[in-house]
Unconditional design. Structure first.
Length: 284
C-alpha cells in the first residue's frame, strides 16, 4: 500500500500539473471506486470545477476545488492517480477518468479496486464526508517529536511496530517505513511501545522524519503497482536498510536480516542492531 512518501510524491506531482486547470467532464468505469456520492451524481458534481490546491493528510490525497468543494482520493493497495494526454490509450485497470480543460486526463487506475474517491460538496469539510480523517494522528513531517510519541504511546503494551502502523498514533506510516525507521533507531519491532524510554523516542522521532524525507527524495518505493502522477516509479526500495532484504546481510553489522509476522504484517529487522530488550506478554 502506498505510504506517506508515495502519497506526498503524487501530491507534489499533481501540484505542478493540475493546479489552475478545470475538470470539464468525467466518466466512472467502475462504480466501486466512487465512495461518495453515487457515481452518476459524482460525474455531474465534479464537472466545471477548477483545481485550486493539492495537499495530503496521512495517506489521503486532498484536492481543493473552487466554490468550496473538494476531491479526496485514497490509493489503498494498488491505486494510481496520474495525469496523461487525453489521446493516450487507456490502461487495463482504468476506473475513473476526469477530463481536464487543458486537453489532458486525470486518471485513476486500480487493479485491485480497493482505492476510493470522494467528492466533497460545498459547505462540507473533508472530515464531514470522511470521518476517519478526524481520527488521524500527528503528521510526522511537521509536528512530531519524542515528547509527542511519549504521550501517545504511554501505557501501550502492543509492539512498537504495531503502534507505528496505527494511523491514530502517527499518520501516514506503513509497513515499509516502520521497519526502516525502527532499524535506524536500533529498536526491535517487538519492543513494548509504552516501555520505550524518552531518549529512544527522541531518536525514533528524528529517524522517522529522516527516513520519510529520504523516501520522498527518491519518489517513494515501487514494489508492485505504485507510480507517481507522471507514471514514474519510485526507487527508495533500491537503498532500503532492512525492508525486503530477508536473508541478506545487514548493511551495518553483516548479520542476516530476519523476518517475522507482527500484528499480521511482515516485519524485517536485524537482531544485532535491534536487540530485543523487553519481550511482550502473550496476551498482547
Amino acid at each position: 500500500m502506498p505510504e506517506l512518501p508515495e502519497v506526498e510524491t503524487v501530491c507534489r506531482g499533481l501540484r505542478n500539473l493540475v493546479i489552475g486547470d478545470t475538470v470539464s467532464g468525467a466518466k466512472v468505469l467502475r462504480a466501486e471506486s466512487i465512495e461518495y456520492p453515487a457515481p452518476e451524481q459524482f460525474v455531474r458534481s465534479i464537472r466545471n470545477h477548477s483545481i485550486e490546491r493539492v495537499h495530503r493528510r496521512g495517506k489521503y490525497i486532498l484536492i481543493d476545488l473552487d466554490r468550496g468543494a473538494g476531491l479526496a482520493v485514497h490509493l489503498r493497495m494498488s491505486g494510481r492517480l496520474m495525469v496523461v494526454d487525453r489521446k493516450a490509450a487507456p490502461e487495463r485497470f482504468l476506473r475513473v477518468k476526469m477530463n481536464l480543460a487543458s486537453g489532458r486526463d486525470l486518471r485513476f487506475e486500480d487493479m485491485r479496486v480497493f482505492g476510493r474517491i470522494w467528492y466533497v460538496p460545498q459547505g462540507n469539510t473533508f472530515e464531514d464526508i470522511i470521518p476517519t480523517l478526524a481520527e488521524l494522528g500527528i503528521e510526522p513531517l511537521e509536528e512530531m517529536d519524542g515528547a509527542h510519541l511519549e504521550g501517545v504511546l504511554k501505557g501501550k503494551k502492543m509492539a512498537i511496530k504495531s503502534a507505528l502502523l496505527d494511523q491514530r498514533v502517527v499518520a501516514g506510516i506503513g509497513n515499509i517505513y516502520a521497519d526502516e525507521s525502527l532499524f535506524r533507531a536500533n529498536i526491535h519491532p517487538l519492543r513494548a511501545a509504552g516501555a520505550l524510554k524518552r531518549k529512544e523516542l527522541d531518536v525514533l522521532a528524528d529517524v522517522i522524519r529522516n527516513v520519510l524525507e529520504t523516501a520522498i527524495e527518491k519518489r517513494g518505493s515501487t514494489l508492485r503497482d505504485y507510480r507517481d502522477a507522471e507514471g514514474v516509479n519510485g526507487n527508495y526500495q533500491d537503498s532500503s536498510w532492512v525492508y525486503g532484504r530477508f536473508g541478506q546481510a545487514c548493511k551495518v553489522c553483516g548479520r542476516e536480516i530476519e523476518r517475522a509476522k507482527i500484528g499480521g504484517r511482515s516485519s524485517h529487522f536485524c537482531t544485532r542492531c535491534q536487540p530485543l530488550k523487553t519481550r511482550l506478554k502473550k496476551s498482547t
